[in-house]
Write a new protein. Structure first.
Length: 168
């Protein structure tokens, strides 16, 4: 989330909203917390948040409608997953708004084909294979020594900038 917020802040966006994932999923909760921390660190108000009921385009469209109804002056949206971002595209079009001319959008996960939507989606790419390898190594370590303390391994993410964001 920090990568997305920093990118938008560097582009001059001050009013940034967040499409949070379901709160009962760790990704929804942790990415929301990451968004709030990044917004605070960037000196921006972190309160423009709508929580999606699922990670789906329909839920993203519904959450975007709620977000824009409450904060109509947003210039950018950070979604906690690419499907929510694609739902944001739907709601923006329904309202006659264009991405990125009216509102920039950033997704998360860099799922297949988001480079082929219109406009191609700027998104946070997570290293799925590296995460899987790290998880397997941790599991093997735990199997060898069940008493081992919990270990956290961070796998770096990257921002893939495409055409869904613009400078103000």
């Amino acid at each position: 989330m920090a990568l997305a917020v920093e990118h938008l802040a560097d582009l001059g966006h001050r009013s940034i909203g967040h499409l949070a994932g379901p709160e009962n999923l760790s990704t929804g909760l942790l990415r929301r917390q990451g968004f709030e921390a990044a917004m605070t660190a960037a000196g921006r108000d972190p309160s423009a948040i709508a929580i999606a009921v699922a990670y789906s385009r329909a839920a993203g469209q519904e959450a975007t409608a709620s977000l824009l109804d409450r904060w109509p002056r947003l210039t950018a949206i950070v979604a906690s997953n690419d499907l929510l971002a694609l739902g944001a595209y739907l709601e923006l079009r329904r309202r006659g708004l264009a991405c990125p001319q009216d509102i920039s959008v950033v997704g998360h996960n860099d799922m297949p084909l988001v480079d082929m939507v219109d406009p191609p989606l700027t998104t946070v790419r997570i290293a799925h294979a590296a995460m899987g390898r790290a998880a397997a190594c941790l599991l093997l370590e735990r199997l060898q020594d069940p008493g081992i303390d919990a270990i956290v391994r961070l796998v770096p993410a990257g921002l893939i900038v495409r055409a869904s964001t613009r400078a103000l």
